[in-house]
Design a protein around this ligand. Structure first.
Ligand SMILES: O=C(O)C1=C[C@@H](OP(=O)(O)O)[C@@H](O)[C@H](O)C1
Ligand SMILES: C=C(OP(=O)(O)O)C(=O)O
Length: 444
């Protein structure tokens, strides 16, 4: 196994760039593959999840390659011109890749089989197959709707009007992508706003789309069968990856770090808002806009944190950040309450159960709820010393490695290779700032 161990760190200092945003990278590959002409993408995340999407788009007909200076070149085929892939599409560990591509190809008249790793094969897919069936697609596979699944797409799709029953950008985006090759206008209502990268990317590539606030959510329309124009884009740094060095600096005395070029889409900033409410010294410097997405540099200094109750309606804007927020909460005075986050149970792992188990094993006081956790922090360092089971979940691995930097005893994760899915340079970047994260058994 690829065990990784993290141990006590004095302070973190320096300036770094985190890799490109995972959500935006998937969408850049998909949209570039549908646009006529050559789309150039700088800053694409080269994590396993995104590389699987690139391979899938190639199998569906796009020409995608990377040049020596790291720019990705995509020659798209045009909306309506994808072709049947020869083999199954292996989406690895990626819920986003699987669900977005199921949506995309559901309105093409061919069959596609989707497979994934053990984690992805246990995640719910009915949330996308239900609305996609309304377009006219058929799904064949297991009774409970998990992967492997074969999609028989429809050549005569009909536009739909759909209220998304869960707060999920993946479900919304799957429907939007199905709508692209559907004549007429598809309408989607989401009760709670979720990340709007697909909406922004659609506008950027010239899709006829609208977003209107309604109640506390949004109505999105997509008019299908557009001709898309190739565009050049730069992917901002991933705020969900920046979250790890941010929390590491906040809990490590003497730290002062800068993370350049972090995406600050308002639907993604829930963690930073929460940490600031907890007393975190996080400064947004040089705020700007790049390719339709807000971006800034983050300066973060060690801070004395206090517990808060995280507002439940903030959950969608920080859904991937609860594991690392748990680590910050372990260092905050008082009890941090996180509820309304039941979606955590259907991520790469059951992130509530796995965090609760790991935190307790490291000596941290945590209470479990169906939809969240309550964590009581302390000024004393937690004991640490545990070996954490990561269950094929990159965010569990990176969260516990961050905890190890300020624990009495080192913290080990059983499989560090899972980090490749979203943040391949995690260890180098953290160690470059002064962290001690190494393969178990290796001398530092
Ligand atoms: O649309 C996306 O790119 C994502 C949406 C979220 O999932 P859900 O749609 O399941 O909430 C998030 O957890 C995932 O990491 C990326
Ligand atoms: C939930 C995540 O990703 P996905 O759903 O794409 O597997 C994540 O990156 O935390």
């Amino acid at each position: 196994m690829n065990q990784l161990l993290s141990s006590a760190t004095d302070n973190l200092k320096g300036t770094v760039n985190v890799p490109g945003d995972k959500s935006i990278s998937h969408r850049a590959l998909i949209m570039g593959s549908l646009a006529i002409g050559e789309t150039l993408v700088a800053g694409l995340l080269e994590g396993e999840d995104v590389l699987n999407t690139a391979a899938a788009m190639r199998a569906l007909g796009a020409d995608i390659r990377k040049d020596e200076d790291g720019t990705w070149h995509i020659h798209g085929v045009g909306v309506g011109a994808l072709h049947e892939p020869e083999g199954a599409l292996d989406m690895g560990n990626s819920g986003t890749g699987a669900r977005l591509l199921m949506g995309l190809i559901s309105t093409y008249p061919f069959s596609t089989t989707f497979i994934g790793d053990a984690s992805l094969s246990s995640r719910p897919m009915k949330r996308v197959t239900d609305p996609l069936e309304s377009f006219g697609a058929e799904f064949h596979g297991s009774e409970n709707g998990t992967l492997p699944l074969t999609v028989r797409g429809t050549g005569m799709p009909v536009p739909i009007s759909y209220d998304v029953p869960v707060a999920s950008a993946q479900v919304k985006s799957a429907i939007m992508l199905a709508a692209l090759n559907t004549p007429g206008t598809t309408t989607i209502f989401e009760k709670k706003p979720t990340r709007d990268h697909t909406e922004r990317m659609f506008s950027f590539f010239g899709v006829d789309t609208t977003t209107t606030p309604k109640d506390s959510g949004r109505v999105i329309t997509v008019t299908g069968q557009p001709e898309l124009t190739a565009r050049n884009l730069t992917v901002p740094g991933d705020p969900s990856s920046a979250a790890f060095p941010v929390v590491a600096a906040l809990i490590t005395p003497g730290s002062d770090i800068t993370i350049r070029n972090v995406g600050l889409n308002p639907d993604r900033t829930g963690l930073f808002i929460t940490l600031k409410e907890m007393g975190a010294d996080i400064e947004f410097v040089n705020e700007r806009e790049d390719c339709g997405e807000p971006v800034a540099d983050l300066r973060v200094r060690h801070s004395r944190l206090k517990a808060i109750t995280v507002p439940q309606d903030r959950a969608p804007s920080m859904i991937d950040e609860y594991p690392i927020l748990c680590i910050a909460a372990a260092f905050a005075d008082g009890t941090t309450m996180m509820r309304g986050a039941e979606e955590l149970r259907v991520k790469e792992s059951d992130r509530i159960a796995i965090m609760v188990k790991g935190l307790r094993a490291c000596g941290i006081d945590v209470e479990e709820f169906d939809d969240g956790m309550a964590i009581t922090g302390s000024r004393e360092k937690p004991a640490g010393g545990a070996v954490i089971e990561t269950h094929l979940d990159h965010r569990i691995a990176m969260s516990f490695l961050t905890l190890g930097l300020q624990s009495e005893q080192p913290v080990t994760v059983d499989d560090g290779s899972v980090i490749e899915t979203s943040f391949p340079i995690f260890r180098e970047l953290m160690n470059g700032l002064g962290a001690n994260i190494h393969p178990a058994g290796e001398n530092k």
